[in-house]
Design a protein around this ligand. Sequence first.
Ligand code: CA
Length: 529
Amino acid sequence: MRLLLPLLLLLICCTCDRAPEKEIPPRPRPNILFIMSDDHAQRAISAYTDELIHTPNLDRIADEGMLFRNSFVTNSICAPSRAAILTGKYSHLNGKIDNLSPFNPDQWTFPEALQRAGYRTSLIGKHHLKALPRGFDEFYGLIGQGSYYSPVFVHNGDTLEAAEGYTSTLITDYALAELRRSAAAETDQPFCMLYWHKAPHRNWMPDTSDLPGLLDKRYPLPANLRDDYQGRRAAEHADMRIADMFTSLDLKVTRDYQYPDPGTGGATFIKDPQFDQASNFQRQLGRLTPAQQRAWEPFLKRVGEEWLAVKGTPAELEWRYQRYLQDYLASVKSVDDNVGRVLDYLEESGLAENTIVIYTSDQGFYLGEHGWYDKRFMYEESHRTPLMIRYPAVVKAGSSNEDLVLNIDLSATLLDFAGLTPPEDLQGASLKPLLEGQTPEDWRDDIYYRYYQQMNSYHRVARHEGVRDERYKLIHFTEEGLAGYELYDLVEDPTEMNNRIDDPALEAVKTRLLERLGKLRQELKVASK
Ligand code: CA
C-alpha cells in the first residue's frame, strides 16, 4: 500500500501534465461603451445616494458591476478632463490645461490605439475639444457646448442642419443607430463607442415631457448653503453662488418678468455692454418648435410669477436653489432615461455579456454646497466624479471599491482589457485588478490635483494645486493676492468648512502632505509650482 500511493500520485500528475482535452476558447475582445455626462455630481445618482433623485438605469450599471466610491478628476473642468481621459495624462503633459488652451490632436489617445488594433471607434455627442482627436471611424459631435434643443451636429466633418428634438435623446438615437450598424455588420470587429452627453451641463433645460409637475418638486437644503467662507479666501472670492446666478438663462425667468438680468452668472470678467443673458435666453427659447413652445409657456409663466413674489425677500435664495435643482435633476433624469434605452439594446442584441460599460462624468458639480453651482475647486463635490463599470464576464455584480482612482486610469484600463500594452508615458494605472477584486499592494495612497484656468474668466476661481489622501486634503492656492494653503480633515469635516492649516494638532499631517506634494510634482513631471 505504501508503494501504491506514490505510484497513484505519479499517475495523476502525469495526467495533469497532458494538454487539457478541451481547449477553452479565448474570450473575444470586449466591446466598449464609454458613457460620459457633463457636470454630473455623484450626489445626483441614486447608486451613490438617493437623497436627491432616483436613477434606475444608471444604477443598473452599478448593480450589475462595480461602483467606485472614491473616483476623482485631475483638473475639474470640462475640456481638460476630456483631454486627460483620452490621453491618460495630466493636463501639464497633454497640454490642455484649461478650456481656452488648444488640444493637440496629433498626440496619443486610447480610441486611436484601439482603432489601430482593429476596433471600430465612434464618438457620439459632446466632445468639447475644438480640434477633434483622431481615431474615430464615426463621429457625430455637437459644436462646442451644444444646445438642449434643436442642436447642430457635425457628422464626420460635415455640419448638419439643426436637428429637431431634445439633445440627450438625439445623441442616444445616433448612438443606437451606430450600435445597430455594428451588430448588423456581422463581423468579429469589436467596437469602442464614446457616448458622451451634453447634459446636465448648464443651462439645464429639461425635456418637455419632464416639465409638468417640475415646479412642485422640493429638495433638501445643504447645511452650508449659506456658507460665510470664513478661513477660505479663494472660496469667498469665487463668482459661482446660486445667489448670483442668471435669473434668465439659469433660472428661466423671461424678459416679461425681469429685464435686464441682475445676476453675474460667473461672468463678471466680460465687460461688453452687449452681453445680455436675458436676450440670450430668449434666443434659446426661439430654438423651440411651436409644439415645444406650447409645452414651455405655462412653465415659464409660473416661474416668472414665482420670481416676482420672492425677489428681494428672505425666501429668494431658497427659491433659486429649488429652481436650480429642479432643472439640473430633470436634465439628469433624461440622461438616465436615455442610458436605459442603450442598456436595453445591449441586452436585446446579446451584446451585454461581452461589453464593458463605463459611466462617468467629466467632473462633479456643486448642488448648493458652499452656496454654489459649477465646479473647478479641489473641494470634494467637484474633485469627485461618478464612476461605475459593468463587465459581466469579469466584474462581480453589485460590487464596490473604495480605492483612490482617477479619470486618467480609464485609458490604461481599456487597453488592458483589449490586450494592448499602454505607452510608457501613460500616467494612469489600469483598474483591471480592482475590477477583478484584487487591489495591488502598491496601489496609490494619495492623488495630485491642479486647476489652471486664469482668474479673469468664468467664475473667478483662483489657480491651485493639491494633494488628497484617504483622510486629509492639502490645497495650495497659487494666485497672486489669494495665495496660501488650506488643510482639511475629511473624516471630521467632510464638507470642508474648517481650514486647519494653522492648527498645531495637524502640524505633522501638514508637514507630511507638503512633502508629498513636492514628491508628486516630481514623479508626475510637473514643471513648476
Ligand atoms: Ca463638465
